[in-house]
Design a protein around this ligand. Structure first.
Ligand code: KIV
Length: 263
């Protein structure tokens, strides 16, 4: 998979499968899977570091995760998130941030919002770095949005989102994440744009889907929005393994002779 393949997926009406990943061990498993694209999202701040929002993510945090994932998933297309305000600095600082993410092993960067970012996106793209856009619920703007809620409801908000999506395409984005957008609006945007859309909480008509790994594995027990499908009750599976181990140790059932070294 490379950046040009995204367009082929849209043309063939083949869905793009994107999954977040943040560490080497998981990346090795994703590498063997049918997942097309890995997103090292700034959601790492929440699911890997326990923060309440993505705002504490910074370039250093993102680069450590991207490096680990790149070591584990050598053949996957990796998108690295540009963290909070890292692309709202001077052009020089923006480009240093982009360079760090790409040198860490990403093949493209993802950047939230278009308002005030169009020139930056165009400059990054013209510098040879593919940019994935991200509209709808943009978690880095949570303080502005006033909460995690569906975006683009009502005619005026829908028109704004469609206009912004076109602006992302015009600025040179090769694809666009639509997060928490009504299904009909996501379908309209997908139909209108030439570049593929990748949805999360945006219905079935987008050109691809993305989920946060911890959510789809059922590891985020306190977080279950309607758009997440759990493919594993990971929390129960892990808890059972931890408790069985604890019980085996306490009862003297672990280790056995086979699990110990002889003379
Ligand atoms: O950081 C992230 O995981 C994301 C996805 C939710 C699209 O941006």
């Amino acid at each position: 998979m490379n950046v040009l393949d995204f367009q082929g997926f849209k043309t063939r009406k083949e869905k793009i499968v994107m999954l977040t990943c943040y560490d080497y061990t998981s990346a090795r498993i994703v590498q063997e899977s049918d997942v097309d694209v890995i997103l090292v999202g700034d959601s790492a701040a929440m699911v890997m570091h326990g923060h309440g929002t993505t705002i504490p993510a910074d370039i250093e945090m993102m680069c450590r995760h991207i490096e680990s994932v790149a070591r584990g998933a050598k053949d996957k297309f990796i998108v690295g998130d540009m963290p909070f305000l890292s692309f709202r600095q001077s052009r020089t600082d923006n480009m240093h941030a982009v360079a760090s993410v790409m040198k860490a092993g990403a093949h493209a960067v993802k950047l939230e919002g278009i308002e005030g970012n169009a020139e930056t996106i165009a400059h990054i793209v013209k510098s040879g770095v593919p940019v994935m856009g991200h509209l709808g619920l943009t978690p880095q703007s949570i303080n502005q949005l006033g909460g995690y809620r569906v975006q683009g409801r009502g005619q005026s908000a829908a028109e704004t989102l469609l206009r912004e999506a076109l602006a992302c395409e015009q600025a040179g984005c090769f694809s666009l994440v639509l997060e928490c957008v009504p299904e009909k609006l996501a379908a309209e945007i997908t139909e209108t744009l030439n570049i593929p859309t990748i949805g999360i909480g945006a219905g079935v008509h987008t050109d691809g889907q993305v989920l946060v790994m911890q959510d789809m594995l059922g590891l985020s027990s306190d977080f279950k929005p309607r758009f997440v499908r759990q493919y594993l009750d990971g929390r129960a599976v892990l808890l059972n393994a931890f408790n069985t181990y604890a019980s085996d140790v306490k009862s003297g059932n672990f280790p056995t002779a086979d699990e110990s070294y002889g003379q």
